[in-house]
Ligand binder design. Structure first.
Ligand SMILES: [Zn+2]
Length: 343
């Protein structure tokens, strides 16, 4: 695709762009940040992964050495048993969905079922992952994981309220593309998660690796449904009822405006890109998402003034007051999945 400024986001993101992208972008063999190429892996991801795996393997070797010399404590035991712990955690998480979740099918949540199949086809995956709907209870999240050779995504039910046919199906397709992207990029394989066992104990390095994976997954989400990126981010920022009141560009612009030591440290310690930076990365397709230093700016603005954001969605009255409780998923799933939001 040519003729568009990648720093202003994909064509079709504003009414000043006459071009309207197709629902399923044409396949392109090249990898890049364009919404129509194959989704790019974040440029930092592999290098960070190698460093983390080396640190983890070193820790395993030291643990075995301690064990040989009879030095035993919980850290040594945890490391030696890591292959079993990871296997057990993945198995129980998968079985929780098999026992409690609604499995998407042609007759249950057919829209989501179709979106998962479309995303898998879009990323050239041989097998379509299983897909489940889990009770969100007001929370907005989704995650991807696997066990054995099975791979699956789980989407919180509240996202269907956001992404249901009456609301914003493009946002739902972006989020499903993000989760299927985690699978396509290999983030949820057993061996990878075993190699990343040390991540929770490496606050800067480990979180940097997770952030780069999230940018990679966002690239997949954008490739799957470019028009859904804004709606998905607006929902993250404002919740499922007030999402349409969030000005995407106004918020993304702050990525280059908010500065200082604590801005740096909050991003550096975050498992997911901070929201303003994440929005900026989705809009600025000329480079990979910022990892440690805030984006330089300001970006070139559209020649015409941005149109007013759409009014709140009208339609059937919502039952009860907004119940969004925050941006954090449940903590009970351990570290055996890649989620849409910080946990
Ligand atoms: Zn994710």
């Amino acid at each position: 695709m040519t003729g568009w400024d990648p720093r202003q986001g994909p064509p079709g993101w504003g009414p000043q762009q006459p071009f309207s992208p197709p629902v399923i972008p044409p396949y392109q063999p090249t990898t890049g940040l364009s919404p129509w190429g194959r989704p790019a892996r974040h440029s930092w991801e592999i290098a960070l992964l190698v460093v983390v795996i080396m640190a983890t393997v070193l820790a395993y070797l030291f643990a075995l050495l301690f064990l040989l010399f009879g030095l035993m404590n919980y850290v040594v035991l945890g490391l030696v048993l890591a292959p079993i712990l990871v296997w057990f955690g993945r198995g129980t998480t998968y079985s929780t969905q098999r026992l409690n979740a609604v499995k998407m099918s042609p007759t249950q949540f057919p829209e989501g079922y179709r979106m998962v199949a479309e995303a898998a086809a879009r990323f050239g995956m041989a097998t379509v992952p299983d897909a489940y709907v889990v009770l969100g209870n007001g929370q907005i999240n989704a995650f991807a994981s696997g066990h054995g050779f099975r791979r699956y995504v789980a989407v919180y039910s509240d996202l269907f309220e956001v992404g249901g046919q009456a609301r914003d199906p493009d946002a739902l397709a972006f989020i499903i593309g993000h989760e299927v992207g985690h699978i396509a990029a290999g983030h949820v394989s057993y061996w990878r998660q075993l190699g990343m066992f040390l991540v929770p104990f490496l606050p800067l390095l480990g979180n940097a690796l997770i952030r780069s994976q999230e940018y990679t997954a966002d690239n997949h989400g954008l490739c799957n449904r470019p028009d859904g990126a804004r709606g998905a981010m607006q929902t993250l920022a404002g919740g499922k009822y007030l999402n349409s009141l969030v000005g995407f560009d106004e918020m993304a612009d702050r990525a280059c405006q908010e500065k200082g030591f604590f801005i740096w440290i909050v991003n550096a310690m975050s498992s997911h890109p901070v929201l303003t930076w994440r929005m900026w990365a989705l809009r600025d397709r000329s480079r990979h998402g910022n990892m440690f230093w805030r984006p330089g700016g300001p970006p070139p603005r559209p020649a015409v003034a941005a149109p007013p954001y759409p009014p709140p969605v009208t339609g059937p009255p919502q039952a009860g007051p907004p119940t969004d409780t925050g941006r954090y998923g449940p903590s009970g799933y351990g570290e055996y999945y890649s989620s849409y939001l910080p946990r």
